[in-house]
Design a protein around this ligand. Structure first.
Ligand SMILES: Nc1ncnc2c1ncn2[C@@H]1O[C@H](COP(=O)(O)OP(=O)(O)OP(=O)(O)O)[C@@H](O)[C@H]1O
Ligand SMILES: [Mg+2]
Length: 169
């Protein structure tokens, strides 16, 4: 296995107005490595992750020397190319499922969206894969749950739907 880093973040700084919420952070994550970014509430962990995925709120100002996924410099690629790797090569389990899941769409359809976007699968295969993903994240009674809406699930089950979406690509 190559020992080149999977993800490299160099000198990342993020501000909201005068408020610097991420101050010159650098780290690398190697293939197969589990990396935990630990810090008190509000210390900038989510903002760091959102910076990597280029999903920061509009009000944020971001600067980084480099954010690289293997050999690909993410700060330099156009948004249209970024869309192809977001959800496919990098996934994110958002912290708050109630504001990330669509309240008016069954959870199965929300998982299927990722599959449709990134993989060339037929209708049957998509349905099959959605069921597999729901089983994989251990939501009980997947056949029934697939057509339920986020508000019909428990908090933990909603979090599991977020994990299924992140795994789907
Ligand atoms: N849209 C925004 N506008 C202004 N400030 C923001 C915005 N989003 C986040 N912040 C600020 O950025 C800082 C870092 O927030 P972040 O969400 O990264 O914290 P966190 O480390 O993930 O915390 P937690 O452990 O509570 O999830 C916080 O002080 C927060 O108030
Ligand atoms: Mg957070």
């Amino acid at each position: 296995m190559s020992n080149k880093p999977l993800l490299t973040v160099n000198c990342l700084t993020v501000s909201f107005g005068q408020n610097k919420v991420v101050d010159d952070i650098s780290f690398t994550i190697n293939p197969g490595e589990t990396f935990a970014l630990v810090g008190e509430s509000g210390s900038g962990k989510s903002i760091t992750a959102l910076s990597v995925l280029r999903l920061l709120p509009n009000a944020a100002r971001m600067q980084a020397t480099s954010i690289a996924l293997q050999d690909q410099e993410l700060t330099k690629i156009p948004e249209i190319d970024f869309c192809k790797l977001r959800g496919r090569r990098i996934g994110l389990i958002f912290q708050d499922p109630m504001s990330s899941l669509n309240p008016v769409m069954p959870i199965g359809d929300q998982i299927a969206e990722v599959l449709k976007l990134h993989l060339e699968l037929g209708k049957e295969q998509i349905q099959q894969r959605v069921l597999e993903l729901i089983k994989q994240v251990e939501i009980p009674e997947p056949e029934r749950r697939i057509s339920e809406y986020p508000h019909q699930l428990s908090g933990g089950q909603r979090q599991r739907v977020m994990i299924a979406i992140a795994l789907a690509g």
